[in-house]
Structure formats: structure tokens, C-alpha cells
Design a protein around this ligand. Structure first.
Ligand SMILES: Nc1ncnc2c1ncn2[C@@H]1O[C@H](COP(=O)(O)OP(=O)(O)O)[C@@H](O)[C@H]1O
Ligand SMILES: [Mg+2]
Length: 289
């Protein structure tokens, strides 16, 4: 459904360049939920944005349902924008402070020219789907709790009935008690709507709960990918083992990434190493560059 191949992305100008992605590949098949994990700064958000066509990479290509993004016709691009949605990392930053909840939800419907008489019904149904009451429609983002804001951000991602939803750290900014509610909401939405998810998290627990497959990123490369259960029971790469050992289940303010980063650093790869398929669908990089 969505496939990135050999993506290279650099940031910065002049002498200070950061290679955020070093030739990474990742694919998301229809109906599955793929987790992308790794410590802060490993390139997860950048890869998600490249796959959504929001950032143009220096190398590699992204295909949506087989068509390279740069070859989409104008109509194809509009369809892509409607069917592939992203909920951004910081719910407050991703909601316009000058828009009420109603305006936030109405905007995508206006952009995609939904008939005016269908908009109210769709807004109410989507609000209900994310567990919010109609009274929040008149509120501003600053008047909402963290959990409500994230639900509004998810509602905005859902309002166009997408086929694929990218969720970037959907619970890491939330209080512990609210995290579980939002995770259950996401699990229910996935079942109910047959959504395909690409879920970015630095917390392995989130991925374990919501995903079928997982890819582990480290400094701009993928070191291991495979079925979640298998990677959990038998992690092949030393970095994955370290992430799992360091796991502090859903501890606020301190994800596995931070804990793992405190261990002696692993060497950094300058380009994506080839992954060896050890079992069907379970692939791993060499232990070191
Ligand atoms: N707009 C940007 N300008 C410059 N550097 C960036 C930009 N976005 C990301 N980076 C850098 O790219 C690397 C990967 O960042 P990011 O994709 O946000 O990682 P993650 O989501 O895994 O925390 C980091 O070193 C980050 O500082
Ligand atoms: Mg990020």
C-alpha cells in the first residue's frame, strides 16, 4: 500500500549537514499495522513524513499503491492526500490554536470539497468515534485536556475516511492513565474501520499492543524488522535486545529510547546495511558496520 525504498534524507546547509535517513526501506501492506521504533533522533518522524510526501528525499523513492509519488497525476495526488493521513507528533502543535474543534474538523472537508450538507453529520460521527461529546466542538485547543486534544487530532486524521493512518507518537505526550484509553481507542478504530496503520513510537509497549510488524531504527538506518511477537521473543540484533532490556513500560517522560541511549553507544552506520532474512519476514542487519 505504501512503500519506501532506499530513502536518503539530509538536513542542514553548508558544513553542518545531518544525514537523517541513510538509504532506508520500509513497506506497509494493506490492512496491517506496522510499528516504527527507535530512540529520539533516529529518523522515525522524517521517514514517516517522506512516506507521506511531506518531505522530499534526496534519494530513493516512495510508492503508494505501486505508483511513485512524483508520478501521481493531479487527481492521483488529491486522492493520495485524502486516503493517506498523518496525525502529527505534538497534538498541540498540530492543532491550529485559532481554530475551534469544529473548524479543525471542517477544514479537511472543505479542502476536499465535501458537499455542505454532509459535513455536519460526518463531523458528529467522527467525534463520536473518538469518544468526544458534541460540546467540545465550540472549544479552542487551549481549553482541552491533553487526551481530548489527541482525540481531536485523531478525529481530524479520520474525518476523510482514510485507508492508511500514520500516527506519530500518539500517546507519548499523554498522562499514563490517558495513554491506555487512547491506545484502546486506536485498537478499536483499527478493527472497526479496517484501517492500515503506520505507528511511530519510542515505546516498545505501544508497538506490542497495536502492531503486527515492527521495524527498529537506529541513527538513520533500519537494523531489524519482523513480526512483533517474533521480534519480542527472539530479537536478533544487539540493538533490539538492548531496547527490549531497557524497556520501562509506559513510564512517563522516560521512554525506552532514552534508557537505551544511556548504555555504551553502538557504532553508527553511514549507510543502510543489507538486511539478512533469517526467518520468513524477519530480517536483521549485521551486528556492526
Ligand atoms: N527540519 C529539520 N532540520 C534539521 N534537522 C532535522 C529536521 N528534522 C529532523 N532533523 C534531524 O534529523 C534527525 C532525525 O530526526 P527525527 O526524524 O525527528 O527523529 P525521531 O522522530 O526518531 O525522533 C535528528 O538528528 C534531527 O535533529
Ligand atoms: Mg519523532
Amino acid at each position: 500500500m505504501l512503500e519506501a525504498e532506499g530513502i536518503v534524507k539530509e538536513f542542514g546547509a553548508g558544513g553542518r549537514r545531518v544525514r537523517a535517513l541513510k538509504g532506508v526501506s520500509l513497506c506497509v501492506r494493506e490492512g496491517e499495522s506496522v510499528g516504527l521504533v527507535g530512540e529520539t533522533g533516529s529518523g522515525k518522524t522524517t521517514l514517516a513524513k517522506v512516506m507521506m510526501g511531506l518531505i522530499r528525499p534526496e534519494g530513493g523513492s516512495v510508492r503508494a499503491r505501486g505508483t511513485p509519488l512524483e508520478s501521481l497525476t493531479a487527481a492521483g495526488r488529491r486522492r493520495f492526500r485524502r486516503e493517506f493521513q498523518m496525525v502529527f507528533q505534538q497534538p498541540l502543535a498540530s492543532l491550529d490554536p485559532n481554530f475551534t474543534v469544529e473548524q479543525t474538523l471542517a477544514e479537511p472537508l472543505a479542502v476536499h470539497a465535501f458537499p455542505g450538507d454532509e459535513r455536519q453529520g460526518r463531523i458528529r460521527r467522527t467525534l463520536e468515534a473518538v469518544g468526544l461529546l458534541p460540546e467540545v466542538l465550540e472549544k479552542w485547543p487551549a481549553q482541552l485536556s491533553g487526551g481530548q486534544r489527541q482525540r481531536v487530532a485523531i478525529a481530524r486524521g479520520l474525518i476523510l475516511d482514510p485507508a492508511l493512518l500514520v500516527l506519530d507518537e500518539p500517546v507519548s505526550a499523554l498522562d499514563l492513565s490517558v495513554q491506555a484509553q487512547v491506545l484502546h481507542l486506536l485498537a478499536g478504530l483499527r478493527r472497526g474501520r479496517g484501517l492500515t496503520y503506520l505507528l511511530v513510537a519510542h515505546d516498545m509497549g505501544v508497538v506490542e499492543f497495536l502492531c503486527d510488524r515492527v521495524a527498529v531504527m537506529y541513527h538513520g538506518v533500519v537494523l531489524e524488522e519482523g513480526p512483533v511477537g517474533e521480534v519480542w521473543r527472539g530479537p536478533l540484533h544487539p540493538y533490539t535486545r538492548r531496547l527490549l532490556e531497557a524497556r520501562l513500560p509506559l513510564e512517563p517522560g522516560r521512554g525506552v529510547g532514552e534508557a537505551a541511549a544511556e548504555a555504551p553507544p553502538l557504532p553508527v552506520w553511514d549507510r543502510q546495511p543489507p538486511l539478512e532474512e533469517v526467518r520468513p519476514g524477519h530480517r536483521v542487519a549485521p551486528a556492526g558496520p
